[in-house]
Design a protein around this ligand. Sequence first.
Ligand code: BGC
Length: 747
Amino acid sequence: MIKKIIPFLIVAISLSAPSYSQKKAATTPVSIDEKVNALIAKMTLEEKIGQLNQYTGDRDATGPITTSGDKVDQIKQGKVGSMLNVRGAKFTREMQQAAMQSRLKIPLLFGQDVIHGYRVTFPIPLAEAASWDLDVIEKSARIAGTEAAASGIHWTFAPMVDIARDPRWGRVMEGAGEDTYLGSLIAKARVKGFQGKGLGNLDAVMACAKHFAAYGAAIGGRDYNSVDMSERTLWQVYLPPFKAAVDAGAATFMNSFNDLNGIPATGNSYLQRDILKGKWGFKGFVVSDWGSIGEMIQHGYAKDNYEAADVAIHAGSDMDMESRSYINNLAKLVKDGKVKEDLIDDAVRRILYKKFELGLFDDPYRFSDGQREKKTLNKPEFLAAARDVAKKSIVLLKNENQILPLSKDLKSIALIGPLVKSEKDMQGFWSVDWGKEDHLVSLFEGMQQQAGKTQLLYAKGCDISDTSKAGFAEAIKAAQQADVVVMAMGEKYDMSGEAKSRANIHLPGIQEELIKAIQETGKPVVVLLMAGRPMVFNWTADHIPAIVYTWWLGSQAGNAIADVLYGQYNPSGKLPMTFPRSEGQIPIYYNYLSTGRPAKDDQDTHYRSGYIDMQKSPRYAFGYGLSYTTFEYSGLKLSAAKMGLNEQITVSFTLKNAGNVAGEEVAQLYLRDVVARPVQPVKELKDFQKVMLKPGESKTISFTIDKEKLSFYNEKIEWVTQPGEFRIMIGGSSDAIRLEDSFNLVD
Ligand code: BGC
């Protein structure tokens, strides 16, 4: 009986009391703008300010958010618009229930730093950039977004799209490296990956392009430091990846801790109002970086939080992450006539719009479904994808005498070094701390999976930052017993990342001495370098026959490295950042300007631009990376020797796999505007293709050059193209140009 009554009741209720949306459906659909405006009309000033306020949930997925005592109460009073570090279907549901007790029942947004994976950890972003494979980069973000969204999260604070030319800066690990063109494509891929088919889908999270802007150019590579930069460099080098993120539909932006030419980014209306929301027409909202509104006091830009809030809201910072400057001061600022309520309405409107787009007003718990969370996290196909991205992120730096790949017939391999059995370090700095109960594959384990009959010997040798050589003897003994030695050396997971700047980026501790001691055994040695940044390791680079840069590769690190060591996968990664020989060369990057006295070669210092105590060239150049096969470039053809301003030129050539195994090459196109005002870099990456070739196979590769690829910002920040000669350079690295020619751009 009951069964019969219930459907009847539902029909009766829905007929007699049509919902707001049903009523409207009969007439015209209600746009999100209308819904937002209707809601704003009902809000008090305090409730509006509450929407601009974001607190942390104390980085604990299970515990209460009580360290500051009053957060849940404030949520119930409508004084909080968003929480970060609140995750998991259960916990987000509980917090959302508190929000549903507020007068207007406006749902909370849950944000989290999902930087390189959520439950399944992917390679750090700098490593993924080394894959030069936009599809796998997008897929990695897609999976991270899918997992995060199944865990109650609406918003990731990624991608970080800061260009970084200084490996001392610990946050290079979070970005795509030094190049603007590659960085812009990767920014787009990551935004698309996180946002999937669009906000509102249950597997999509809002992306957040950060840190706006120029944070990567912190003076001396010291985190949070000032940035002093020409307007032209800002526009030419640092802003394009942000613009690419806007074009890809990034829902939000985060501003940055640094000052830019004396003005903190958080209080910088030129950046946030004129450029982002003005010229670029960005419709999403801007969140401050953690406490950065209040930090304008330490900068010496505001005398107190009242003034800081005034500056930040005028400058276009919509949401205050953790500084409490807005919640404590905006109402008074309005009352005092310093801030117009319209300005607050604009920020609220942007935030509410996203909450509507995410569907949170229809169902505030739609992302907090424990069943879906259970089914989604840690799926085998996600782990398989993580292994695929990880192997594609590995860069082979050296392989003399073809020590690699390793033969399956070896009797024994000695695995030596502080990172052989490490799991946590493989996870990298920004892993969401889920991993405890999950399986992380260490190098040792990955090798065990594939070693077959080969015996694996192990000795740690030393710890990462050790000063004691006590473990050397055991390691030397293991090496002496083995056919080949594989050494796993590098940084601990917390040596690169936020606030992890290093003045000395050499391989830490006595690790290079251990490498020397093992090399002296006369055994063939392969050194694996695991780190979050480019390191300096000159002795190793000069003396060790095989070197593989593996970065921090995430959950599947050990399997991916074993795939490469055994030749199950032929490495194809290329460096997204220049590796210096010494910290003294920093900043060092491939797309520098020529001087009036360019050195003829690395040794030429006679009144030339160089160093008298060191070569000026990098240890490993941008774009560099080897394969187990070799590639030949030949037959460069241009479709024309002259190009009109609105025409295009096609550049084609033959790429051949000249070796015995299949492999992928990243063929890179660089251009130089030979005479330009202002002067232009000696070369700039303008296109690339990653191509798979079977042994002996050849393919014709073509690049199209149009006006856009030849344009740059002049000193008035106008996007211009200047007629004249352009040099075309093609090769497998910025310092291994195989084909060259020129054409003329004519009016
Ligand atoms: C970092 C941001 C991060 C935020 C929230 C800040 O310290 O600079 O990149 O998103 O914390 O965790």
